[in-house]
Ligand binder design. Structure first.
Ligand SMILES: O=C(O)CCC(=O)C(=O)O
Ligand SMILES: [Fe+2]
Length: 297
C-alpha cells in the first residue's frame, strides 16, 4: 500500500514578517548606525560601515545633512507644492512634467527616469483595484533639475562623493548615480508591501527631511540580510508564480523579522534594494519627506 507522502504546505496567503519593536528594535538599529563626521574622519569606521552594509543590507548614518540645508530644502518643497496647486498660472508646466491624478502627461517608470526634466508624479489607485498603489504619494524625479537652488541643496544633502565610495567599498563594484527622487508621503495608507527593486545590484540612499520616530509616520522597513538570502527569495517566487503576483514581491516572509528604521531629519539610510523592504503605511494625518538617490551599475 502506498503511503501518502507529506507534501509541504504552501501558505495560502501572503505572510508578513514580524515588525521589531521596543528594545529589540532599538538595539538592532544601533548595531547598523554610524555617525557621518566619524565616518569621514576615521578610516576604520568607514570600512566598518561598508562591511556592515554588505552583511546586513542596510545601515543608518546620523547627521549627514545639516539643519539649515534641511530647512531650506523643505521651504523649496513647500513653494513647489504651492506652484503645483496653482499649476494653471504658476508656470510649473514649463520646468517639469506634472502628472496629476486626472491629467497624465508622461507614462511609465522608465520614462520618468529618462526624462529630460523633473517629473512630479502623483501616485493614483490602480485601475484594477489591486493594493500597494501608494495612492496619494507625490514622487518627484530629478528634483535637482527644478532650479539652481534645488540642485545645490540636494547635492549638499546627498553627499555623493563620500557615499558612492562607501557603497563601492561594500559591493566591490563601481556604481553610478542613476536617479534622484523626492518622496512626499502625506497620509499614504496603501503603501506597497515587502518587495525588492529587481534582482540586479542596486542601492538607494534615503535622507530623511522630516523626523520619523513612530510607525504611524511610515518608516522605511527592511528585512536584514534578505539581500543575500536565496531561500526567502525562492519561497516568495514559488508562491508568486502560483498566485499571479509580481515576481519582485516578497510575499512569504512569515517567520522573518523586519526592522522599522526610525531616524531624524538629516539622517541617511542606505540599503541594498535586492533585499525585502517597504514604506510602512501612514496614519491619515502623518507626513514624511525623503530625499532619495539610486545607485546602479
Ligand atoms: O517609501 C519607502 O520608504 C520605500 C519605497 C521603496 O520601496 C523604494 O524606494 O524602493
Ligand atoms: Fe522599493
Amino acid at each position: 500500500m502506498a503511503i501518502a507522502e507529506a507534501v509541504p504546505q504552501q501558505a495560502a496567503k501572503p505572510q508578513l514578517p514580524v515588525l521589531l519593536s521596543g528594545k529589540a528594535q532599538r538595539s538592532e538599529t544601533e548595531s547598523i548606525t554610524f555617525d557621518f563626521a566619524e565616518l569621514l574622519g576615521r578610516k576604520r569606521r568607514f570600512l566598518k560601515a561598508a562591511w556592515t552594509l554588505r552583511r546586513e543590507g542596510i545601515i543608518r548614518i546620523k547627521q549627514v545633512a545639516q539643519p539649515e540645508s534641511i530647512d531650506a530644502l523643505n521651504q523649496e518643497i513647500a513653494s513647489l507644492l504651492n506652484d503645483v496647486d496653482h499649476y494653471t498660472t504658476s508656470g510649473i508646466d514649463n520646468i517639469a512634467y506634472l502628472n496629476l491624478p486626472e491629467r497624465r502627461v508622461l507614462k511609465g517608470y522608465n520614462n520618468f527616469v529618462d526624462a529630460d526634466r523633473a517629473v512630479i508624479n502623483h501616485r493614483v489607485k490602480r485601475p484594477d483595484g489591486r493594493s500597494g498603489s501608494d495612492a496619494g504619494m507625490i514622487d518627484i524625479f530629478h528634483p535637482e533639475q527644478l532650479s539652481k537652488r534645488m540642485d545645490n541643496l540636494t547635492r549638499i544633502c546627498l553627499q555623493e562623493k563620500a557615499i558612492s565610495r562607501l557603497i563601492m567599498l561594500s559591493c566591490l563594484t563601481p556604481l553610478r548615480v542613476k536617479c534622484r527622487n523626492l518622496y512626499l508621503n502625506r497620509g499614504v495608507r496603501d503603501t506597497r508591501s515587502y518587495h525588492c527593486d529587481g534582482r540586479s545590484l542596486k542601492f538607494k540612499t534615503f535622507v530623511y527631511l522630516s523626523d520619523v520616530q513612530h510607525l504611524d509616520i511610515g518608516p522605511y522597513c527592511y528585512v536584514k540580510k534578505s539581500q543575500r538570502n536565496r531561500r526567502s527569495w525562492k519561497q516568495s517566487k514559488a508562491f508568486n508564480q502560483q498566485h499571479n503576483i509580481g515576481p519582485y514581491e516578497y510575499s512569504q516572509l512569515g517567520g522573518y523579522e523586519a526592522l522599522p528604521v526610525f531616524a531624524n531629519a538629516g539622517d541617511m539610510v542606505i540599503s541594498s534594494q535586492r533585499g525585502a523592504h517597504r514604506g510602512h503605511p501612514q496614519h491619515p494625518d502623518a507626513q514624511r519627506t525623503v530625499l532619495v538617490n539610486m545607485y546602479q551599475r
